[in-house]
Design a binder for this molecule. Structure first.
Ligand code: C2E
Ligand code: MG
Ligand code: MG
Ligand code: MG
Length: 285
């Protein structure tokens, strides 16, 4: 329920807390239903090669078509799913759906289809004892080769994983790739990079977009030097302008994602992009 206050009354802190706890419980119950009732759907955001503009991969992003609230974005229900444990069945659903879609694209369009599929995974999913076996089963059932799948984790996920970093090793031994999402926003970045078995860094959009005009290249330049030195694949997230795309290309970035190229799109729109490659973008500004 929304926080209607009946006419401009200021709610006390405890009222707000009560509303948000009730909200979590209500949303949790509805989310359980949503998973089994087909209210979740995926959009796919292109990851493109900066030099040619060609579609290199897609990141699957979940949305909830709520019967009363309309489209609910993941920031509003993923935290609820994590708190309630529903992230495990929800995450399984996302993996199955995204792998089926990639298999269908590749079946219909061959090499014009995205080569890579990125899927976000929460700490709670990763910690679940059956996770690795279920991922293997999903790849097997959908016919997606493991090397086409990249699982995105965040630095906080990695920290929370602690000793179960062996789980990442298990996944990589199967041929699955691991990406560190929102790179640069978390804690103990260098230690993590040193210890974590990862294949790809995704530069957080706060660095892509620059926070300080006079020093805006500093972080992207430092991160590409780091990625090159350690031999990691690199994707710049949140590219919104032609200027940003051009600057990243000059710095040596090969892959990027962001509204400048395409927003997250329904599967059918990705199909359209495949047949009109390179991805049409507004003229560089
Ligand atoms: P993320 O994995 O970092 O995904 C990128 C987010 O940035 C997406 O938001 C995307 O729409 C947005 N974005 C892409 N390009 C631009 C840009 O140029 N400018 C700006 N301002 N934003 C851009 P979205 O879809 O709302 O997802 C938010 C977060 O929710 C994701 O961040 C991810 O952490 C989480 N999420 C989404 N789907 C899943 C899922 O299936 N499982 C889990 N565990 N988390 C998910
Ligand atoms: Mg991501
Ligand atoms: Mg990200
Ligand atoms: Mg993010």
């Amino acid at each position: 329920a929304a926080k209607h206050d009946g006419g401009g009354n200021v709610q006390s802190y405890s009222d707000v807390m009560a509303v948000s706890i009730a909200d979590t419980a209500a949303l949790g119950a509805q989310l359980q239903h949503a998973i089994t009732d087909g209210q979740l759907f995926l959009q796919y955001q292109p990851i493109v090669a900066l030099d040619t503009g060609r579609l290199r991969g897609v990141e699957a992003l979940v949305r909830w078509a709520h019967p009363e609230r309309g489209i609910v974005p993941p920031v509003e229900f993923i935290p609820v799913a994590e708190r309630t444990g529903l992230i495990v069945p929800l995450g399984d659903w996302v993996l199955v759906e995204a792998c089926r879609q990639l298999a269908a694209w590749r079946h219909e369009h061959g090499d014009a289809a995205p080569r890579m599929l990125n899927v976000n995974v929460s700490a709670r999913q990763m910690r679940d004892g059956g996770f690795v076996d279920r991922v293997a089963a999903i790849l097997n059932e959908t016919g997606v080769p493991p090397h086409r799948l990249t699982l995105e984790i965040t630095e906080s996920t990695a920290v929370a994983l602690g000793e179960t970093v062996t789980r990442l090793d298990d996944l990589r031994r199967m041929g699955i790739r691991i990406a560190l999402d929102d790179f640069g926003t978390g804690q103990s970045t260098l230690t993590l990079l040193h210890e974590l078995p990862v294949d790809q860094l995704k530069l957080d959009r706060s660095f892509t977009q620059g926070t300080d005009t006079s020093r805006r290249d500093t972080m992207p330049a430092a991160v590409i030097a780091l990625a090159d030195a350690v031999g990691l694949d690199l994707v710049a997230e949140g590219v919104e302008t032609g200027d940003q795309a051009a600057r990243l290309a000059e710095l040596g970035y090969q892959h990027a994602q962001g509204y400048h190229f395409a927003r997250p799109l329904p599967a059918a729109a990705i199909r359209d992009l495949m047949v009109q490659q390179p991805v049409p973008v507004p003229a560089a500004t």
